[in-house]
Design a protein around this ligand. Structure first.
Ligand SMILES: C[S@@+](CC[C@H](N)C(=O)[O-])C[C@H]1O[C@@H](n2cnc3c(N)ncnc32)[C@H](O)[C@@H]1O
Length: 263
């Protein structure tokens, strides 16, 4: 089974990641950057990927360490950082590592895990290991902020989910090729609370040939009180819980579950 959300076994996803308009438009970036700006101390982003949140946070003045297990995602982040002014680059440290087992030799005011890296941790032991590592790295008055999606119960048993649904309409990418993407759920594993997800990229070259690239990975889902229990087992107290990045409360229809926790 693909570990790490398939980002290490499908390195080409790093080239596609910043080309997905829905990721570029996500409202989580401003939400997390605001926390980074207010933190007044060192910040750690786990699963920082290509720097979608990390780079705007550094631009806003935050000193950020980004940790990711996928060298391809970090490499893309390094390329993007080369375009930034020296003072922004100086505020960033990138670390190749696993969020379930890291020792950075210091403490942080804020730890963030934007856009669901926590859902790539399938087993309870991995989730606990991650939260315990975070706890060891958090200042006494520090905060952990992370999001997981709120489960739509129709989505974990939809008989049509195996059919591909387009989520990016075809458009021209900077190198002149054309890109479209669709997604599907290849299998449900309700007893173990994860789905086998496929993100399918179609890249068409000028000569008309189309390459089909499949990013396949298992995605864990959580219910509210499971996360609350996990946090409690690792010594965290929940400070706030939101249902979306506008800080609205969690309700039945909320798309997200965003936890702000302290120790
Ligand atoms: C959906 S991307 C999110 C990237 C970034 N946080 C953002 O908001 O754009 C998930 C990231 O989590 C990373 N990841 C998955 N499992 C990980 C692990 N065990 N340790 C560190 N990073 C991990 C992947 O390599 C990938 O870059």
């Amino acid at each position: 089974m693909d570990k790490y959300g398939g980002y290490t076994s499908h390195p080409h996803t790093a080239d596609m990641y910043d080309l997905v308009p829905a990721y570029v438009r996500r409202t989580d970036r401003d939400f997390y950057v605001r926390y980074c700006r207010e933190a007044r101390g060192r910040i750690l982003e786990l699963g920082c990927g290509t720097g979608r949140v990390l780079i705007p946070a550094a631009r806003a003045g935050a000193a950020v360490t980004g940790l990711d297990v996928a060298e391809s995602m970090l490499s893309r982040c390094r390329d993007k950082l080369r375009e930034e002014p020296q003072e922004v680059r100086d505020r960033v440290t990138l670390v190749h590592g696993d969020m379930t087992d890291f020792d950075l030799g210091g403490k942080f005011k804020l730890v963030i895990i934007p856009f669901r890296p926590f859902q790539h941790l399938l087993a309870t032991d991995e989730q606990l290991a991650c939260l315990r590592c975070i706890n060891r790295h958090l200042d006494a008055d520090g905060k952990l902020v992370f999001d997981v999606f709120q489960v739509d119960l129709n989505m974990v048993c939809d008989p049509h989910a195996a059919e591909e649904v387009e989520d990016v309409s075809e458009y021209e990418i900077p190198d002149g090729r054309r890109l479209r993407r669709s997604g599907r759920v290849a299998a449900f594993h309700r007893a173990e609370q994860y789905n086998d997800v496929e993100l399918i990229y179609y890249v068409t070259s000028a000569d008309g040939t189309t390459e089909r690239i499949v990013h396949a990975f298992p995605l864990r889902y959580f219910f509210r009180y499971e996360i609350e229990h996990l946090l409690a087992r690792c010594g965290f107290k929940i400070i706030e819980l939101f249902g979306d990045f506008d800080k609205s409360p969690l309700t039945d229809g909320s798309p997200e579950m965003i936890f702000v926790a302290g120790n």
